[in-house]
Ligand binder design. Structure first.
Ligand SMILES: Cc1cc2nc3c(=O)[nH]c(=O)nc-3n(C[C@H](O)[C@H](O)[C@H](O)COP(=O)(O)OP(=O)(O)OC[C@H]3O[C@@H](n4cnc5c(N)ncnc54)[C@H](O)[C@@H]3O)c2cc1C
Length: 462
């Protein structure tokens, strides 16, 4: 038995009331938001860790017994990154959800891994500061999961992704040793940036137990300009026009006709359903600059042929239009028993080809697709509604997915902008990263985790 053997029992290592081993409870940890069905294996145990010491003790035990350890935040990643294909111990961080320090002068916040992103954003916001990374589900996802996936979101175009806001990380390695990586200063040129290596490593190199985050001043004002277009190409041209006008919007998000009509079907909020594309352009900065920026963005949209343009000025109007955009995944999920979302990215010059290509591929395989995306980055989310229990539909989906990835690669893009690889994209990473590079990654993994206990079977097979 993995959890009780000659080396003792997991329940001797941590308080037994913090350990789940009941099969009914373990089922809740067999899957995550990926819906991938690549594995539905349950873990052998779930430990509700409460302290760094708990994490250290579990890792010491697991390493000695060569038991897989899978960290889990809110379980909202889209790539099966916290599934348990080999069983093992899941670390549940909901009990490590405290903000440990907030320093408005240094513009830093130190947090435990289970803190929900919305709590970080809200505390910063109340104090005139801003933590920009904003995966659409930031009201539920954790900072630990976001660091491990290097989450992005709508604001990435102007403000970057999670990796740009990590000053230092305290981590526990597979052998139980504790390390602080990085420093608490804005600049740091001493040695290799191992903290950045942990960001995006999907829980395969180390367990994050504390993070010091960088904050920035909150822009004084924000407005959302909404533009509707009769063709996809016109919406992409509008993005290029905005940049030509030397405006740097916080976000340039996109919804296609299927997304617009699906959101209106299930969460009506007044979107215009007879248009092919919708852009949401957020401008921010000093109030005195708002009208100036707004006029330039509106003229960029109109020059590209926008058939309707509107502006959300106050918080309630902005929240309404963004709720519509963020509801797109949930609305698509109502079209069929399941929904799978992807996150390819291509250079801006290839966006229109990528959108059209995705639609053609999904049509060819008879799949319903709603497209949203962060057009400033070239990052697209085809959301495919299907029934995973329908074998032929499932097969069609895999054929479509491979073609969508090949198209992204042929357009000089890549197969993941922000969701990561997890278990779902393992077989495709060789299409985009040279074997020699993957071999180097494996050597790095071996240094951090020689027994391959940390989230095994993710990113690549050892
Ligand atoms: C509706 C919806 C919309 C989304 N929109 C976006 C978006 O716009 N942009 C975007 O980038 N992503 C998006 N995502 C994906 C997801 O929200 C992010 O990846 C998210 O930040 C994951 O956080 P989590 O707490 O759910 O992590 P989990 O899913 O629990 O874990 C993710 C990974 O982190 C590892 N991990 C968790 N905690 C730790 C830790 N303490 N130490 C080491 N590893 C750890 C896990 O092992 C796993 O590999 C979306 C997901 C959903 C469901």
């Amino acid at each position: 038995m993995l959890l009780k053997n000659n080396n003792g029992s997991l329940k001797d290592v941590v308080k037994s009331s913090n350990v789940l081993t009941d099969i009914a409870e373990l089922y809740c940890y067999a899957e995550d938001s990926s819906n991938s069905k690549k594995t539905t294996k349950t873990p052998d145990a779930v430990v509700f860790v409460r302290s760094i010491e708990d994490v250290r003790k579990v890792l010491l035990y697991a390493n000695k017994n060569k038991i897989p350890v899978i960290a889990r935040g809110a379980g909202t990643n889209m790539v099966g990154a916290c599934t348990c294909p080999e069983g093992g111990i899941v670390l549940n961080f909901s009990g490590m959800n405290r903000i440990l320090d907030f320093n408005p002068v240094n513009m830093t916040m130190t947090v435990q891994p289970g803190v929900i992103l919305n709590d970080i954003k809200s505390l910063a916001d109340k104090n005139g500061l801003f933590y920009p990374p904003d995966p659409s589900n930031f009201k539920v996802s954790t900072i630990g999961g976001s660091i491990a996936q290097s989450s992005g979101g709508a604001c990435a175009f102007k403000y970057g992704t999670t990796k740009d806001y990590i000053l230092s990380l305290t981590v526990v390695l597979a052998d139980g040793s504790i390390m602080k990586l990085g420093s608490n200063t804005i600049k740091d040129a001493v040695g290799y940036h191992l903290n950045q290596l942990i960001v995006g490593s999907e829980g395969t190199l180390a367990i994050v137990v504390e993070a010091e985050l960088k904050l920035i001043p909150k822009p004084e004002s924000r407005r959302t300009i909404v533009g509707y277009f009769d063709t996809i190409e016109a919406s992409v041209e509008a993005v290029n026009n905005i940049i030509k006008n030397r405006i740097f919007p916080a976000t340039i998000d996109f919804m296609d006709k299927n997304s617009i009509t699906t959101v209106e079907q299930f969460f009506p909020c007044g979107l215009k359903t007879n248009k092919e594309a919708l852009l949401l352009v957020d401008i921010d900065g000093f109030e005195t600059s708002m009208n100036y920026q707004q006029n330039l963005v509106m003229s960029a949209l109109e020059t590209a042929g926008a058939s309707f343009v509107d502006v959300a000025v106050n918080d309630a109007q902005i929240e309404k239009i963004w709720t519509a955009r963020r509801s797109s995944f949930a609305a698509t999920a109502k079209l069929a028993p399941d929904v799978l979302s992807d996150d390819i990215i291509v250079p801006r010059t290839s966006i229109a080809k990528m959108v059209r290509g995705c639609k053609d591929i999904c049509d060819k395989y008879n799949l319903k697709v709603c497209m949203v995306g962060h057009l400033g980055d070239g990052n697209l989310h085809p959301q495919i509604a299907l029934n995973l229990n329908n074998e032929s539909e499932f097969k069609q989906y895999f054929l479509a997915k491979a073609e969508i990835y090949n198209l992204a690669i042929s357009l000089n893009g890549t197969i993941s902008a922000e969701h990561g690889v997890g278990i779902d994209k393992i077989e495709y990473i060789g299409n985009i990263i040279d074997n020699s590079v993957i071999e180097h990654m494996k050597k790095i993994k071996k240094i951090f985790d020689p027994n391959n206990i940390l989230n095994p079977g993710k990113i690549f097979k050892i």
